[in-house]
Design a binder for this molecule. Structure first.
Ligand code: KIV
Length: 275
């Protein structure tokens, strides 16, 4: 007997069809409870390698592994029914060769059930995009500020500020479109450049610190909920105070434990009811 979920998932062709018609709303999720809450409102959920920094308190995204990404992605897929689920290829899992990229992407998709992968990289990675797409792995290409290149960029800095740099990123975007990428994440790029790319390509652009004119937007969920510490990145905006809710509930719980108000016998097993 086959088991089908009642809700139809948004597919990659659906996302591509939104271009020019409907903005794509997208957030990251790494674990089931968050994914469950995002599913009804987001078109796309990304298991970002930002989990290295946000979820594991690492200084950058470089040390997260294929198996960690696959496990997080599997949790997010199990917890959702509607959103299209994409997974970041972690650093070192695709840059060596198209074959290495395919092996790791196929593993991540097989283990998780996600719809496709995101890869960071300029024109040099376009051949890898082509290799994956030709073998059934949908690719969302990520250009501009690429956190996995933190060491070559010398930090997390906005990109494309000079004419020459903007032209290079423009060509990167075109190269991935030509190679078959179904969409482009434009991160931390000059606003005018993001608009220029969005107008030039037939595939959706998803901005993060890019332009309101991108075909969609993506943010790290923790950044909009006050869960990323004190500093909100310039490109994000607080949409809620989950930190306040958690802090308050945890303090209330601790106070009740210390004062002997929790648990009561209602929270215990095998308690004989008084007649
Ligand atoms: O890792 C990540 O969260 C990303 C962003 C585009 C949100 O790549």
């Amino acid at each position: 007997m086959s088991v089908h979920s009642k809700t139809k998932r948004i597919s990659i062709p659906d996302l591509m069809g939104y271009k020019g018609k409907k903005k794509i709303a997208s957030l990251t999720a790494y674990i089931a409870p968050i994914a469950r809450l995002l599913d009804e409102s987001q078109d796309m959920i990304l298991i970002g390698d930002s989990t290295a920094m946000v979820g594991y308190a690492m200084p950058n995204t470089l040390a997260i592994t294929v198996d960690q990404m696959a496990a997080h992605a599997a949790a997010v897929v199990r917890a959702t029914q509607r959103a299209c689920i994409l997974v970041d290829m972690p650093f070192g899992s695709y840059q060596e060769s198209p074959e290495q990229a395919f092996r790791n992407a196929a593993h991540i998709l097989a283990v998780s059930g996600a719809a496709g992968v995101k890869m960071e990289g300029g024109s040099a990675l376009a051949a890898t995009t082509r290799f994956l797409v030709d073998r059934g792995v949908p690719v969302l290409a990520h250009v501009g500020l690429m956190p996995q290149y933190v060491n070559t960029m010398g930090g997390f800095k906005a990109q494309g500020m000079s004419e020459e740099a903007a032209e290079r990123i423009f060509q990167d975007a075109l190269a991935h479109e030509k190679a078959g990428a179904f969409g482009l994440v434009l991160e931390g790029v000059a606003e005018e450049l993001a608009r220029r790319i969005t107008d030039a390509v037939a595939i959706p652009t998803i901005g993060i610190g890019a332009s309101p004119d991108c075909d969609g937007q993506i943010l790290v969920t923790e950044d909009i909920l006050g869960l990323s510490g004190d500093r909100i990145p310039k490109f994000a905006k607080p949409f809620g105070d989950a930190a306040g809710v958690i802090r308050h509930a945890a303090a209330q719980y601790a106070a009740e434990v210390r004062e002997g108000q929790f648990p009561t016998l209602d929270h215990c097993f095998g308690v004989k009811k008084k007649s």
